[in-house]
Design a protein around this ligand. Structure first.
Ligand code: FES
Length: 320
């Protein structure tokens, strides 16, 4: 049976988890079950005001009776986190997407280090639950501005997780991430990070400098990716299913053209980090500018994020 693109749920619980963070517990409509998910997965919430936003699932993987997401009220919100905090009500129905996972957990690793910055704890909490359940070796590096801003600390404690806590206000500044990673460098260890952009940039740079072979990260906000040197400024696009053909001219983007032509694409972040707009590529060479596909997936050229990516060939044929 194929999973439908969207699912009907209702808001069962809204819970204060930490300063500016609430959890939203969603249940399926009576008599149905939600698709099982794996650690690291996220879903899109279709919020009031026609907003679609992605959030990581943080409850126990495999659950089909509920999905839980944690949402930080973002001061720089484009409307998504404000809609969750101010407009969701218990009992309200909410359309969501089926889970997607671009941040999978390797359950066979000898040891896993989960590096969480603030609300970045959400996908890692789900991983910690799973690793505890499997009896695998893991630890959590949890960084937050203060104790009051750190969500789900009690869940981690109830799992018996080994946690290295770092609160900026108590420590007098940010952690020395490279030193913490270096102390944990060992054959077969996998490192996972989720959190704010500066932390993830430092994680990426530190892992490269330390030669950590198994480093994985998930971004909540995009890092700008420049166009490739051989990117086309003008190219032709064919949409195989809808039969549309159009040109992307210099100064335009594929994203703008698809919106202008009202092509049915599932938009969410529109900045190449959530995977919602992933589209099959049938012909042509993509200039990948997303944070979702791995370098190997980008090189395979079988799919693209049409919200940010461009084209290196004169023609692009998409399965839309
Ligand atoms: S809409 Fe999120 S990756 Fe394109």
């Amino acid at each position: 049976m194929t999973t439908p693109a969207t699912l009907k749920t209702w808001v069962h619980t809204l819970r204060h988890e930490a300063q500016d963070i609430i959890s939203v517990d969603l249940r399926p409509v009576t008599g149905t079950a939600l698709p099982a998910f794996t650690p690291g997965a996220h879903i899109d919430l279709h919020l009031p005001g026609d907003l679609v936003r992605s959030y990581s699932l943080c409850n126990e993987a495999g659950a089909t009776d509920r999905y839980v997401v944690g949402v930080l009220r973002d001061r720089a919100s484009r409307g998504g986190s404000r809609a969750v905090h101010e407009q969701l009500r218990i009992g309200q129905s909410l359309t969501i997407s089926a889970p997607r996972n671009h941040f999978p957990l390797d359950e066979s690793a000898a040891h896993s280090v989960l590096v969480a910055g603030g609300i970045g704890i959400t996908p890692l909490l789900c991983m910690a639950c799973r690793l505890s359940q499997l009896g695998r070796s893991y630890e959590v590096l949890y960084f937050a501005r203060s104790r009051g801003a750190a969500a789900f600390t009690q869940v981690l404690q109830s799992l018996g997780a080994r946690v290295h806590w770092h609160f900026d206000d108590e420590a007098g500044g940010a952690p020395d991430l490279k030193a913490l990673l270096a102390q944990r460098k060992a054959e077969g260890t996998h490192f996972y990070a989720c959190g704010p952009t500066p932390m993830l940039d430092a994680f990426e740079a530190s892992c490269a400098e330390l030669g950590l072979a198994h480093a994985h990260l998930e971004r909540f906000s995009a890092k700008p990716v420049a166009d490739a040197d051989d990117a086309q400024t003008h190219y032709r696009v064919e949409l195989r299913k809808s039969g549309l053909t159009f040109e992307v001219q210099a100064g335009q983007t594929l994203h703008e053209k698809l919106i202008e032509l009202k092509v049915d694409v599932s938009w969410s972040c529109e900045e190449g980090i959530c995977g919602s707009c992933e589209t099959r590529v049938l012909e042509g060479q993509v200039d990948h500018r997303d944070m979702v596909l791995t370098p190997a997936e980008q090189a395979a050229n079988k799919a693209m994020m049409v919200c940010v990516s461009g084209c290196k060939s004169e023609r692009l044929v998409l399965d839309l």
